[in-house]
Design a protein around this ligand. Structure first.
Ligand SMILES: NC(=O)c1ccc[n+]([C@@H]2O[C@H](COP(=O)([O-])OP(=O)(O)OC[C@H]3O[C@@H](n4cnc5c(N)ncnc54)[C@H](OP(=O)(O)O)[C@@H]3O)[C@@H](O)[C@H]2O)c1
Length: 379
């Protein structure tokens, strides 16, 4: 690979690094774009079919520095480390290979002296939030980043309900992947605000445990291992299942349901037929104090229709670095509570890290919704 990548790796050992972000690409297109930047503009791009042969052989490594600024003047320097997990190898069959990649990426972060490391995408799922599986160094802590992810999903649901004039209190909320770290955090935050909660996942024992916890707080809960098995249609849906590819078909939901896809990779199948539903991507925040990549991966690592939008799991480490709170804020599975969500939301907002503008595969949503509301009001 090009000289720029070699210099990122060597500089990472000689310059101070506050945070590290461990990620992997969601699609072959994104992976090809990353490799093209690493090779440099002077080299002809590698054909897409060859990328598929090459990527599995690339070891995890730092690929760029990430400099961020807070709206109150704090600055932090980080490192983006790509684990180069191939986009089509997230299934269980590759779990050992992928854990080894996450461990190697974590070793790069330790080697660079990062004080906090955010585990993006499948990195924390692979180790089930268990940091003991990662190499250790006294001065480096890890966070899954899932608490800030939950905060952004919850904020987005509330915002969309407000934009569409929907009463959350009258809604039936379905969470797919409800027993996961993100799903259970969303359930704890939103269940007290809705009429009824439908919890979906494959393992019935875990579903029963979460249902019992919510019912003890007076929430009306139904569980199902098959999404067709619920007695009622949901009008608000959160998709937070750890699916290796976008393959989810939702079954029975209200025709005008609000659907938040928070998966990475996305949960919803492109063939999911939901003509009347409003679908949007969830768990994303925007860093408004500024963010730059060296070498320049702008628009490649953050492929969103708005500037400086980042997944909540990565932003959590950035927010904690700006706050100089180097602690494993989110760890384990199933410990995310509304109080912790409030806490990370407050820390992030202090530094100008807010919910990102909402969008879906067709583009930005809020202007469209605003126009629809204005024309409905005019009729
Ligand atoms: N937007 C962001 O910034 C962001 C941040 C963090 C995570 N994420 C994404 O959010 C998703 C969940 O992450 P997590 O950390 O909560 O994962 P997790 O703790 O491993 O939980 C995954 C959940 O999905 C369920 N599940 C897995 N396969 C399923 C299937 N085929 N059908 C139905 N349910 C299934 C699991 O339960 P069973 O095993 O019992 O089915 C569990 O409830 C992932 O896609 C992750 O990449 C996004």
């Amino acid at each position: 690979m090009g000289n720029s990548i070699a210099s990122v790796a060597s500089q990472a050992r000689t310059t101070d690094v506050d945070f590290a972000l461990i990620g992997h690409q969601e699609s072959w297109r994104a992976a090809a774009d990353v490799i093209a930047v690493l090779r440099g503009p002077e080299r002809t791009p590698i054909p897409d079919d060859e990328i598929k042969d090459i990527l599995p052989w690339i070891p995890p490594r730092p690929i760029c520095h990430v400099d961020i600024a807070s709206i109150v003047g704090a600055k932090a320097r980080g490192l983006y480390i790509d684990s180069f997990i191939p986009p089509d190898r997230l299934e269980a069959a590759y779990v050992h290979e992928n854990i080894a990649r996450v461990r190697k990426a974590a070793a790069c972060a330790l080697n660079a002296g990062a004080k906090i490391v955010s585990l993006g995408g499948f990195s924390s799922i692979l180790i089930e939030g268990n940091f003991d599986q990662l190499p250790q160094k006294h001065e480096t802590v890890f966070t899954t980043g899932n608490t800030l992810t939950v905060a952004f999903i919850v904020q987005a649901i509330k915002k969309m309900c407000a934009l569409e004039g929907r009463g959350l209190a009258k809604s039936t909320l379905l969470i797919v992947g409800a027993t996961g770290d993100v799903g259970s955090g969303c359930a704890r935050c939103l269940a007290p605000m809705v009429k009824r909660v439908l919890l979906g996942a494959r393992n019935v024992e875990r579903l029963r445990r979460l249902a019992a916890e919510l019912e003890a707080d007076g929430v009306c809960v139904e569980i199902a291992t098959d999404l067709q098995g619920f007695s009622t249609d949901a009008d608000v849906v959160i998709c937070a299942a750890s699916l290796a590819s976008p393959s989810l078909l939702l079954g029975h939901i209200a025709p005008d349901a609000l659907v938040c896809d928070a998966g990475y990779p996305k949960n919803l199948s492109p063939s999911a037929d939901m003509p009347g539903a409003t679908m949007f991507f969830g768990g994303l925040g925007q860093i408004t104090g500024g963010m730059s990549f060296t070498p320049d991966f702008h628009g490649i690592l953050n492929r969103h229709p708005f500037p400086d939008v980042v997944h909540g799991c990565l932003l959590e480490g950035m927010a904690l670095a700006l706050e100089r709170r180097f602690e494993p804020f989110s760890q384990g599975r199933g410990f995310i509570t509304p109080d912790r969500v409030d806490e990370i939301e407050t820390i992030s907002a202090r530094h100008g890290i807010y919910l990102a503008p909402l969008y879906n595969a067709a583009g930005p949503l809020e202007d469209t919704l605003h126009c629809q509301m204005l024309s409905a009001a005019a009729r």
